[in-house]
Design a binder for this molecule. Sequence first.
Ligand code: CTP
Length: 399
Amino acid sequence: MLAGKRILLIVGGGIAAYKTPELVRQLRAAGAGVSVVLTRAGAEFATPLSLSVVAGEAVHEDLFDVSKEAEIGHIQLSRSADLVLVAPATADLMAKMAQGLANDLASTLLLATDTPVLIAPAMNVRMWDHPATQRNLALLKGDGVRLVGPDVGDMACGEHGPGRMTQPEGIVAACADLLADGPLRGKRVLVTSGPTHEPIDPVRYIANRSSGAQGTAIARALAGLGAEVVFVTGPADVPPPDGVQVVRVETAREMLEAVQAALPVDAGVFAAAVADWRVARAATSKMKKEAGGLPSLEFAENPDILKTVSRMESGRPGLVVGFAAETDDVIAHATAKRDRKGCDWIVANDVSPATGIMGGSENAVHLITGAGVEDWPRMGKDLVARRLADRIATALGAG
Ligand code: CTP
């Protein structure tokens, strides 16, 4: 399952660390090479000797071990791995990761790595449920960190609930899932999603209707095919998918900035319902009724993100996919939109209220490419997403 893969295992300081020699044994039995980093607290529960025997190589313990640093720098240690696995991931290690601390070998490696990271949390149920841990977990998920467990069960401390580290076989299976070779492995894809909110004053805004459901499903499907996904989202109704890098924005101008910062990418999918206009001069304090009269708003045009990226002279993504939500003459409007904006494909749909598509779970789209128009049957938004992700993989020569 893991033949030819190298896993960097970081062992945190929890009672579950006693299972890590067995975890290393199973990872190696599945074909992986394993480098082990043992935190100081981890060494209280698992010995360097037992771990080095099962790993078949020396265990790394100290950031400032000069002799080892000369042989294999800590940056290289993290870069040479296909996957960084943190097991057990304690509340303390998760907090360090979420804050980007780098004060020992484990945390430094985690900050220096650009390989996928999988954590197997293990801690007391109250520590797991604590808002601070849940906050850190949300931050880590937003950074694209993947999670296996924790399982529910009896704990060493005598309590019952979520917090047990997943058994070694479950962790090995999660590693295999994460490293499975999808057709988009090695490709970087950008997805915009959700509405943008353009402030009128600190409490009021204008926006387009958008739940973010279709964009979220597309990001999930692309990640499922192995792509590295940067998900730039306005304030949507649905939570972002796991395993993608989430960049949250409010306004169209912030979205453009986040998109430009995410480049270069192999493909960009622009599913966001960006507000075309913003209020030229948003009030900095709440507009009061007592002031009398009716407010009149002056609008300014927002940047067209899809058009800006489509028309880039250098660094344009190889494939740019736009969306067109129309209420009449869907194909004609969408085809004109493709030409006007300069994108490669347009996914067009009819969002007139009678279709029930806006805010619903289904979609009926037409894919407009340089080769013509394809009418896809009405199906779930997740199926539309998977079909589109497959087409993107094929277009990038990876399908
Ligand atoms: N889009 C964008 N930036 C904008 C407006 C739209 O990136 N400021 C993108 C959307 O994400 C979508 C596509 O452009 O992929 C089509 O958006 P739409 O609002 O339908 O196009 P408009 O140019 O605003 O045309 P219309 O006159 O129909 O509103």
